[in-house]
Write a protein that binds this ligand. Structure first.
Ligand SMILES: [Zn+2]
Ligand SMILES: [Zn+2]
Length: 255
């Protein structure tokens, strides 16, 4: 199983998870046209996608879902709350499939294990994907670390984890106060220290690779995140990647 990011940050997120012929697109915060362009960069034919999974209704995760799902005839998996929140946007999409965020389900060759997260959306969920052998976790858009998140991700082989902001940069930067409060709240985004704290609660002996996602352009820097990862993982040999808004990252995992 392997995965790639088409781009990650507040201006759009989309991630491909692949196992054999099963290819899931997790979120599509880019226009459908832009998503097709970015899929070409990692040599994925849009027609070869199996399904779309949506984590929550914020535009940077859902903006392109309607047009892409309709154009490709893809089923769209989301929670009931996300479906309600995005009802207008997705009104003419066939194949809406609501899942229970506490129950695993299968899409093709991939077992999807969703888990709920605290974020200022109606019913947000993130995922662990498994082929029975290897597992890949994704977690972005969470305001604080919960027991549920730690348990879900405890033994993953590969992890895509939000490193949204450096708290000092956020508070010293020029975001309006309302936005600072939102990002910093228990239902906002994980800061570097929170993500490190989460990592330290996982079974790192099992971890083969980590990709940092959803970095704030203004309130974080790849260098700061690299330092956090190096401090936490030392010379353990864990592959470390930092996703950017424009290019995400190319394939990582095992084929
Ligand atoms: Zn987001
Ligand atoms: Zn969000």
């Amino acid at each position: 199983m392997r995965c790639a990011s088409l781009g990650s940050g507040s201006r759009g997120n989309a991630t491909v998870v692949e196992q054999g012929d099963t290819r899931l697109l997790v979120d599509c915060g880019f226009s459908a046209r832009e998503a097709r362009k970015r899929l070409a960069r990692i040599e994925v034919e849009p027609d070869s996608l199996t399904a779309l999974l949506v984590t929550h209704e914020h535009a940077d995760h859902i903006a392109g879902v309607r047009v892409l799902a309709r154009g490709l005839g893809l089923p769209v998996y989301l929670t009931s709350g996300t479906a309600r929140a995005a009802e207008k946007l997705l009104r003419d999409v066939d194949g809406i499939r609501e899942f229970n965020a506490h129950e695993p389900f299968e899409v093709g060759a991939i077992e999807v294990r969703p888990f709920p997260v605290p974020h200022d959306a109606r019913d947000p969920a993130q995922f662990v994907f498994s082929n029975g052998d290897t597992s890949v976790g994704i977690l972005t858009d969470a305001g604080h670390v919960t027991r549920v998140m730690v348990d879900a991700l405890a033994a993953v082989d590969y992890l895509m984890l939000e490193f949204n902001h450096d708290r000092d940069m956020l508070w010293q930067g020029n975001y309006p106060q309302g936005l600072i409060d939102r990002v910093d709240s228990d239902y906002g985004h994980l800061n570097n220290q929170q993500s490190v704290a989460l990592l330290n609660q996982l079974d790192l002996s099992r971890l083969s690779g980590i990709a940092a996602l959803h970095l704030s352009h203004q309130n974080n820097s790849p260098d700061r995140v690299s330092e956090c990862l190096a401090d936490t993982l030392g010379d353990s040999g864990v592959e470390q990647i930092i996703a950017c808004q424009e290019f995400g990252f190319s394939w990582f995992g095992e084929q």
